[in-house]
Each structure stands twice: as C-alpha cells, then as structure tokens.
Design a protein around this ligand. Structure first.
Ligand SMILES: Cc1cc2nc3c(=O)[nH]c(=O)nc-3n(C[C@H](O)[C@H](O)[C@H](O)COP(=O)(O)OP(=O)(O)OC[C@H]3O[C@@H](n4cnc5c(N)ncnc54)[C@H](O)[C@@H]3O)c2cc1C
Length: 325
C-alpha cells in the first residue's frame, strides 16, 4: 500500500522472524502505520508468517526464492528497490543486525534517499519523521530528518517497545514474483559456530561483559556459568578479543556489536570510550572493577570495587539461590 511503513524481516534463517522484529513492527505501528513486512527468504514458514501477523503486520510482501540465501546485498537490493518504486512506502525500517545494516545502506544508495542508521528514537513531527541517533561514539545524540521519502532507518535492538503478540491476527500475504539478479559472489563454505546455549549478544536483555581483567580465556567459564543462571549473553571488550580470548562476534563497542540490554554487567572492563560506544544505552549499567578510578564507574548505575574473581562466584551463588536453580 502506498504510504505504508515497511519492516524488513530479520529471521533466524530457518523460517522464523527474530524477536527484534516485534520492536520494529511495534514502532512502525506506534508511528501510525499501516504496517507491512517485507520478508526475503529461501524458506518462509506458516508459523513465521503467523508470527509477523501476530505482532501487527497487516500485510507481508513475501520474496521467497532459493537465490536469496545466503544473504548478499547484490541479490537482495534490486527486488526491494523495484518493489519500493512500485508501491511507494512512506518508510522502510529494519533492525540493526549485521546483514540489515549493510542491506539498508545499499538500499538507501539505490533509492537515492537518506538512512538514519542505528536510531534510538523515532517520532512524527507533523507529517515528517525525526530520528534520534548517537554520534561521536555515543557522546551526543543528533536528530535528523529526511529530504524525501521513503524514510529509511535501522533501529537499535532493545530500545523500542516491542509489540504485544496477539495470536489470531492475520496478514494478507502477497508473494512477489521478483527477478533475482545472478550473484557475482558465491558462498564457498558456511560454518555454524557451536551454540553457547546462551542468548545472542545483540538480542539479549541481560549482558555480561568480560574485559582484560578476566586474565585469560579459561576464566570466561565463570561468566558463562553466571550467564546460564540469569539467562544472560556473554560478551567481551576488544582487549579480550585482540588477545584471542573470545571470537570477534562477541566484541562490544565501536568496532564490535552495539547492544542496549536492560542490564549490562561489566567485569574487568575499564570503560574506554570505544567500548562505551557499544553499550552506553544499556538501561542499567553495573561495573565490577578493582580500580576505583576506572572510567566505567562514571557511567555505571551501580559499581563494585573488588576483585571480580571473588564477586562472580558470589553473584552466581546468590542468583542461583534467588532463582532457586
Ligand atoms: C579505533 C579503535 C576502536 C576500538 N574499538 C573497540 C571496541 O569496539 N570495543 C572495545 O571494547 N574496545 C575498543 N577499542 C579499544 C579500547 O580503546 C580499549 O583499549 C579497550 O576497550 C580496553 O579493554 P578492557 O577494558 O578490557 O581493558 P583495560 O583497559 O586494560 O581494562 C582492564 C580493567 O580490568 C580491571 N581489572 C583487572 N583485574 C581485575 C580483577 N581481578 N577484578 C576486577 N577488575 C580487574 C582493571 O582495573 C582495568 O580497569 C578500540 C580502540 C580503537 C583505537
């Protein structure tokens, strides 16, 4: 529908939209809708379509084609650009994820419109949309608007209020017969990392971060144990990643992941500006550091000046007791 708010679906590559889509769809509805999902996938499922409807998508534009997996910008952008030119949505929103980040930048270039990347706020001001986004590694917030439609924005996970799922709501599904361009890049090999059993870093509501103070890779097991008890993801600072203690996908910060959990617990992290850039929008920040002068205490809501190797087992024990695990 012309004038709709499109939400580009981020899925788990197995046919289900990720829960961050509840936030994107919820925000599109709050801005006035109408809300439509655009789903590019090699395998949609009825369950996935029902989930999008339950969150509030009134329509799903379904581009289902084997050539769309794995994600490549060169295969995803042309069919969506074509569809947008035909259907004239007012806005195109997506979550900040590795592939949506790239996809939305390419789409903005293709459509010749602006992109408010990494938005932490969206609001209608009369008949224009205004996005709030962090700049200078999160030290300032800037407000931006668009010279013309469609308004493209990526939304930082865990910032926007998720839509309540209402099972039973239905969405019209329109299959788009798009021509997918031949990809110049071929996938040679795909390796799935073994799951830690903990939530994914960018989607987690609780995040534990371990820095150089962890002293070595073998010690992350204590953070994982705590994570297992409270249901938190475990991330790391760049110092820990550069030392080879954790893979890069766990790095939080300017050159890693941006997170915005309800609770961030930093153990042995000093709080360098580049680390803060990736986590300063967390709702509650708790820092555990043996140096009372560590810069992280300046932005922490709660601080414990102590040796983390004493604090972590105590916290794990206490949470276990409280949660009766
Ligand atoms: C261009 C650029 C991009 C960057 N991008 C990122 C990024 O994305 N993410 C990122 O994190 N960094 C990034 N950095 C690096 C950043 O500047 C810092 O070097 C890094 O964040 C430091 O990591 P850290 O806090 O773990 O280590 P440190 O700064 O060494 O701090 C370790 C802390 O652990 C404490 N500690 C030690 N032992 C204990 C203990 N037993 N108990 C309690 N506390 C203890 C110490 O008091 C200290 O405060 C970037 C730098 C540059 C130049």
């Amino acid at each position: 529908m012309a004038g709709a708010f499109w939400c580009v679906v981020e899925d788990d590559r197995k046919g289900m939209p990720k829960k961050v889509m509840a936030e994107v769809i919820g925000e599109a509805a709050r801005l006035g809708g109408p809300v439509e999902a655009v789903w590019l996938t090699d395998k949609a499922t009825d369950e996935g379509l029902a989930q999008l409807a339950a969150w509030g998508a009134g329509k799903v534009w379904l581009l289902e084609n084997a050539a769309l997996a794995p994600y490549r910008g060169e295969t995803w952008v042309p069919p969506v650009a074509e569809l947008a030119a035909r259907e004239a949505p007012k806005a195109i929103l997506a979550a900040v994820t590795s592939r949506q980040r790239e996809f939305m930048a390419r789409l903005a270039a293709r459509l010749g419109v602006g992109l408010a990347a990494d938005s932490v706020g969206l609001a209608m001001d009369g008949d224009r949309l205004v996005a709030t986004r962090p700049v200078y590694a999160g030290k300032l917030l800037s407000k931006v608007t668009w010279a013309r439609q469609p308004w493209l924005a990526t939304l930082r996970p865990n910032v926007f209020k998720p839509a309540d799922a209402q099972p039973g709501r239905t969405a019209a599904v329109e299959r788009v017969a798009a021509t997918i361009p031949a990809a110049r890049m071929q996938l040679v090999e795909r390796r799935e990392e073994a799951s830690t059993g903990l939530p994914e870093l960018t989607e987690a509501e609780l995040v534990i971060s371990g820095g150089r103070g962890m002293k070595g890779p073998e010690n992350y097991v204590i953070l994982e144990e705590l994570g297992g008890v409270i249901g938190a993801a475990v991330g790391a600072s760049r110092a820990a990643v550069d030392a080879g203690w954790r893979p890069h996908r766990f790095q939080i910060g300017q050159t890693g992941r941006t997170i915005s959990p309800k609770l961030y617990l930093g153990f042995g992290v000093s709080g360098a500006i580049q680390h803060l850039a990736g986590m300063r929008t967390s709702k509650v920040i708790v820092a555990i550091n043996k140096d009372p002068e560590a810069p992280i205490f300046k932005i922490a809501d709660y601080g414990i000046v102590a040796d983390l190797f004493e604090v972590v087992p105590e916290l794990t024990k206490e949470f276990k007791r409280l949660l009766e695990k």
